[in-house]
Design a protein around this ligand. Sequence first.
Ligand code: ADP
Ligand code: MG
Length: 696
Amino acid sequence: MQLTDDIAYLKGVGPSRAKVLADELGILTAGDLLHYFPFRHIDRSNAATVASLTEESGIVVLTGTVSNMQTVSTGPRRERLTVDFSDGTGSLQLVWFAGTKWVREKLKPNIRYTIIGTPSVFNGQWQMTHPEVEAEQSAAGRQQSAPFLPVYNTTDKMKQHGLGTRALSRLTETLVGCIVPPEETLPPEVIGKYRLIPLGDALKAIHYPDSTAALDAARTRLKFEELFFLQLDHQYARTDRQSHSVGRIFPSVGDHFNRFYAEKIPFPLTNAQKRVIREIREDLRSGRQMNRLVQGDVGSGKTLVALMCMLLAIDNGCQTCLMAPTEILATQHYHTFLHMLSGLGIGVELLIGSVPAAEKRKMKARIASGETQIVIGTHALIEDDVQFRELGLVVIDEQHRFGVEQRSKLWAKATPPPHVLVMTATPIPRTLAMTLYGDLDCSVIDELPPGRHPVRTFHRTEPRRPLVFSFLKQQIDAGRQVYIVYPLIHDNPKLDLKDLEDGLEMVQSYFPRPQYQVSMMHGQLSPEEKAFEMQRFKQGKTHIMVATTVIEVGVDVPNATVMVIENAERFGLSQLHQLRGRVGRGADQSYCILMTKDNLAGSSRERIQTMCATTDGFQIAEADLRLRGPGDIQGLQQSGILELQIASIVDDEPLVRATRDEVHDILADDPNLTRHPTLYNYMQHSKHKQLWSKIS
Ligand code: ADP
Ligand code: MG
């Protein structure tokens, strides 16, 4: 059988099962089924007995006989079927809620069955719901020689059509016996260097290995394969873009940059800031379009780096814009820019959704004419009717909030396309950066401005609230300011607001007016109200800011020294890290207090412990990845780029590294892949190629 053959022609499939496979798993061809990997194997030499079951057994295989079949009606046209199963060491109840008719007709006493399923204890008795059942004879006849049985993920609908993991394993067994294996995909020198087994062998052994060693070898080979081609997709896109794209050349450092540096810069740049600006300058002189990611932990001074690069663009006759994820942050950047650039004669505008229509029209006219040189805004900036005269550089702050689609819109705003600088503090684990951002060049600001003390973090529970509040009082009386943040819990914003208002009331009873002033900030406020509250807090007119996570990203008030996070167990690690980054921005010692309920469950406790143990964004990112898995990391799910089937970004870092290096060397040596026809062919058909070319 060939890989491209219709799966319906595999013995045991047929048209109706083929439809189920297509609908449920997207399996259309023999090759698709071959690439549907089991998620584990059952070691048959280690078959279980009822007596040996534990709560942790997971999926097990048992052999025995059935008796005492009973049907109980549980509602109109619903019933429960129970059967006793016994293997001589003990007994277990098998339970079905669906497909009962079929089971009743099939199961007979005095025949030995092999059953597969997950046992659990119910009312003090072992039970197994919807097990797979097969007469032992036919099972033994088939797989005597297979020491490991593959176990596949299946859906309810598949089970209803007799396509449980057992049935699927029968199909893959047939398939493995008759398939013409695929041709080798990886270059021979790579296979040799890493001692990988041939692809065809791996694809068979991943289903039916002879030994655990053979299974390991198959898994390694297939993970390598997967990561290698992911790297190839990303790195090829970058190489391709670098050789074809035309970028504006910004040859000179001009008046604006120099005057800012000589007269306006409020403090000396850190070495890391200088290095990153140099890296960006190289890009801007190279003649290629820049796509660079600047990673720098919260408070590392990314805004200043962006501002100086924007001045370079202006010095070279271009306009530039800065996109922020929230109006609050855009507004803050606007004020920072106005302040830092005052007297330099540069036109700066704030374009956000709340600007009145008439004013917006005038603003857009000034942008179109080139009178405005710097535009700061939110996604309103990428609306199609915002036309620039000469857009040379786009800076995207905290990009994880911006989807790929939105980014790609910006590229179309000028010819040649503008340079793009993406800034993020959301720490990205190294393995992820290597894969997800394989197409972007990367700079890291790995140094905080001098004189910063790491934020001290404490975990507190409700009984100690009075102590926490008296600590806040001390800080406020010493002239500092405080944030108290509440999570968004309800689907209903009104209920969240209620939580916040209750919190506010409590805070106000501890901190009475007029001695203490409290601001409240949340998503329901109008942009004007938000700006007003933010401004008052920034100017030190209010002492406490009670807020939801609208202040999560970017907000910069150096005099604020305490961040209290209520219901901290409800936040993810990267959010907690971002929130904590709102303090520790000035010279004073800052504090983060995580308030939680008393008994924390496993992963919540680990998150809180991680926060108390470290302020290093990368360590936090690694912990986050470990706790949540990559599918969940903000922005990744929507990106659709990171769909790994067998490799794991968490566990396979060495393989991520190895494949990245191999692909890098191949492309350095043979950028057009003319000497690697297999890889060249692959790239011609890659779905990623289209996606990436759209972004880049
Ligand atoms: P982030 O990287 O989180 O965006 P910001 O750009 O908001 O950080 O900078 C954080 C704070 O550090 C700001 O108050 C900024 O003015 C200040 N800052 C930036 N660069 C320096 C520097 N080189 N020396 C001292 N303070 C700096
Ligand atoms: Mg920032």
